[in-house]
Design a protein. Structure first.
Length: 269
């Protein structure tokens, strides 16, 4: 995953990535971040550990975040279990620990977002996410709640925010994406490629983000997840010069989160 992501970042189509601090290969990404400060790298704040055999523990002292830990001693496998067991205080302690560890290892995070969307699962988690982002002066990945695709995504996950919560989001004045694409489906490389090309041709005005998960086709990723083929397909699609040519032909400007901060600076830092 790291190798594929770094390759894509350096080929100029993928314009940003987010690092998972609790994971075993964190040190490799930290070293890369120190050596390439010009590359746009944020933090993929991680409260779940979803794989069967490849797992990770919290960064914070486990005795202080017991609600984040399952019976095997790792982070919970599902968002639902985090919501059911963890307090907002534990969530805040853990995401602060992850940010502090990243900074201690020389990473200057361009943004933060949420692994598996856990920090968007409840209004309480969301408030902690925004609070910490503002205190550290790091843009959080947030999409305009008025975006129909966001409403659809939240409904699919049985998540709803009150009007007061939505107004709280706007009041923070954090940078907001206008549109978010969380990935295209398809049961073959050709179908996935066509879907991504169609999505890029249909991009609406404003700030759009397409989230992709890249990987090589080595035995390590094949043993971690049965979704490895999709990740390898996305790697092939998003390192293909043909796609870069399409983006250029459409007049789409690729930006990273540093640019987001310049365009819409955080007001509370």
């Amino acid at each position: 995953v790291n190798s594929a992501t770094l390759d894509a970042l350096q080929k100029g189509i993928v314009s940003s990535a987010a690092i998972m601090v609790p994971c075993p290969w964190f040190l490799e990404m930290a070293e890369f971040a120190r050596q390439h400060p010009e590359i746009d790298l944020g933090l993929h704040l991680t409260l779940t550990s979803e794989w069967k055999h490849y797992r990770w523990r919290p960064v914070a002292d486990p005795s202080k975040v017991p609600g984040l830990i399952d019976e095997e001693g790792y982070l919970w496998k599902s968002v639902e279990n985090v919501v059911g067991h963890a307090t907002t205080q534990e969530v805040e302690l853990e995401i602060r620990a992850q940010i502090d560890r990243a900074i201690a290892f020389g990473i200057n995070p361009t943004h933060i977002d949420s692994h598996m969307g856990t920090l968007f699962a409840t209004s309480g988690f969301l408030r902690v996410y925004l609070k910490v982002a503002l205190e550290y002066g790091i843009p959080p990945m947030m999409v305009d709640p008025a975006d129909p695709e966001v409403k659809k995504l939240l409904e699919e996950r049985n998540i709803s925010y009150s009007e007061s919560t939505i107004q709280e989001i706007y009041a923070t004045k954090v940078p907001l994406l206008n549109h978010l694409n969380t990935g295209e489906d398809g049961n073959s490389y050709e179908i996935r490629k066509a879907a991504y090309y169609r999505a890029i041709r249909d991009i609406k005005p404003g700030v759009n983000q397409i989230i992709v998960h890249l990987a090589g086709n080595d035995t390590e990723i094949q043993n971690i997840t049965n979704a490895w083929q999709r990740r390898y397909d996305e790697f092939r699609i998003f390192t293909d010069p043909e796609l870069k040519n399409l983006i250029d032909d459409l007049g789409i400007e690729l930006i990273g989160w540093r640019k987001m901060k310049e365009i819409m600076p955080l007001q509370n830092h």
